[in-house]
Ligand binder design. Sequence first.
Ligand code: SF4
Length: 356
Amino acid sequence: MERMKTREVAIGTKKIGGNNPILIQSMCNTFTSDADATVRQILALEEAGCDIIRVAVPDEQAADALGSIKSRIHIPLVADIHFDHRLAIRSIENGADKIRINPGNIGGEKALEAVVEAAAAKGIPIRVGVNSGSLEKKYLEAYGGRVTAQGLVESALEKAELIAAMGYDRLVISIKSSNVALCIRAHELIRNRTDIPLHVGITEAGTLKEGSIKSAAGLGAILSRGIGDTVRVSLTGDVLEEVRTAQLILRSLGLMEGGIEMVSCPTCGRTSIDLVRLADQVYELIHQPEYRHLNIRVACMGCVVNGPGEAREADLGICGGRGEGLIIRKGQIVKKVREELLLSAFKEELDGFKTL
Ligand code: SF4
């Protein structure tokens, strides 16, 4: 489906909307006031391919740490503020490249006006973030006393219009829900209602497995409808997995180039090596930062039934046998090694791709 037409919005050194690529975001789970720990986490996220990073600003110490954090990282820094508009203004003064607020809980129209003025003075965008968990009463009551896709959309558009009426249009909208079907519906509804870029994601999606599945289902449906300018996968767990999962989703949908795609067989009664362990080790290996710039497909297959075929399709593959296995590179068998040497033989070949 044709991509939704949105206006271009700059966030620090990056741009979203228009014809720009869909960028990946994550959010730190360190205390922002602990600048050193936050910077460490952001640098690791940068290495993993995160394009934009958001941090929570729950107090003045966090707002005051932003300058120090920003000076030591290389990707745009977004400040996430609730309830206290003074923290938003302080974050802007301290160099935030964008702020995320829910105008419905920031302290009223006067407070919102002050935040918009501060953002306009620095020219930084504001994300209007509406979540199903904090939808205002008015939009619950208007649609049967419960959270609905219509309620999320109307709430977000009303806030965006309010800010636009204050004379500021550098906006991004997010309408998130932990209910996947509702979230998809909300994005279908907003598609033809605005040209403001959309930050998309399934909020509070869950732990690594559940959250990844819900995010893949939700973002898969939303993005394949041509909707979305920047994505965040939210997982209860390691933030690096958020970036990896987002990359896998974008790559699976053909929306992103780069990175290593892995295929592996589910194993069956023909598998005669410990393929589950080997596949986990290969997964960890290919996600090391040193391989980040590769754009290849690898296969980890259990036996000769589908193994050689998949491995041939891949740039680099392992095909298991009985206590041994083949390393196949670009369709050619390059090595036959004992099971315990498969990983190191695979790594050796993988390293060869780095210099191509
Ligand atoms: Fe089974 Fe071989 Fe298929 Fe793996 S590749 S699932 S081991 S038949």
